[in-house]
Write a protein that binds this ligand. Structure first.
Ligand SMILES: C[S@@+](CC[C@H](N)C(=O)[O-])C[C@H]1O[C@@H](n2cnc3c(N)ncnc32)[C@H](O)[C@@H]1O
Length: 255
């Protein structure tokens, strides 16, 4: 391990906080100019609403950042705990962000080669360069490969990986309407007999449908074993955070 700084980032993008702050003060500043009262009132209300959203997101940013990102780390820990793989071979982290889950896997399994993909869109403070920097700092740069790609169209052949993992990504994928298609694309690259552990807001029915239907869809695709684990039942959280993660679930098992 080198003494370079490791940065796995925050699930509330800093860019979003800056944007919300700036667009909330703009209407307030305009009210300082000589304009009619009704417009002033409308602008103050608008500024108030936007500032409320800024405070709301700032609260979650600080909650995620607390104790060296303890909450984010715990959640990634559950994904690894539920992966029933022996670590011999190749694994893929889908939507790797700053590479945290991929790097944790590489550290946990010294015989493994870990790939991480992400589309690294502008909305996030993550990048391929950051992943590579983190892997170097954690001493696993020789066994981790990061590549820009969308989870909806993975640049890999069928049945290539011995394991797949993902953490809070499917609900974010915008280039495919039906999120189940993105999950199906993940399973396409997993070998028969390979292991998976995928955490997301799978209990969100509007996005993923009813959970028992989702599980049986996975079985219809030929997935041999599908289990679920509710991470929230195993974490201490205040009611705001609990509400934010109320739809969280890990789907894990074997293809
Ligand atoms: C909440 S972050 C989670 C990041 C990472 N899995 C972790 O545990 O820190 C969501 C991630 O999904 C990624 N993402 C969103 N849409 C994507 C897509 N179409 N393909 C790949 N990654 C995507 C974002 O870039 C971001 O890194």
């Amino acid at each position: 391990m080198t003494n370079q700084k490791i940065d796995y980032g925050n699930w509330v993008p800093r860019n979003l906080l800056y944007l919300l702050f700036i667009i909330s003060i703009i209407p307030a500043i305009i009210t300082l100019f000589p304009i009619i009262l009704i417009i002033k009132v409308i602008l103050w209300v608008l500024a108030g609403i936007l500032f409320f959203f800024f405070i709301f997101m700032l609260y979650f940013y600080l909650a995620f950042a607390k104790n060296n990102c303890e909450l984010q780390n715990m959640m990634r820990g559950f994904v690894i705990e539920k992966l029933l793989w022996d670590g011999d071979g190749k694994a893929l982290d889908i939507g790797t962000g700053a590479g945290a889950l991929a790097i944790y896997l590489a550290k946990q399994f010294p015989k493994s080669e870990i790939w991480g993909i992400d589309y690294w869109g502008k909305g996030w403070n993550f990048s391929k360069k950051l992943c590579e920097k983190n892997a170097l700092a954690e001493g696993v740069a020789n066994r981790t490969i990061f590549q820009k790609a969308s989870a909806s169209k993975l640049p890999f052949k069928d049945n290539q990986f011995d394991a797949i993992v993902s953490n809070y990504v499917y609900h974010e994928v915008r280039d495919v309407k039906d999120k189940k298609d993105v999950i199906k694309e993940s399973f396409r690259v997993l070998k028969k007999g390979g292991f998976f552990s995928l955490q997301d807001l799978f209990l969100h029915e509007k996005k993923f449908g009813e959970i028992e239907n989702l599980k049986s869809t996975l079985k219809d695709w030929g997935i041999k074993e599908v289990n679920s684990f509710n991470p929230i039942d195993h974490m201490k959280m205040n009611r705001f955070l609990r509400n934010m993660f109320k739809n969280a679930l890990i789907l894990y098992g074997q293809k």
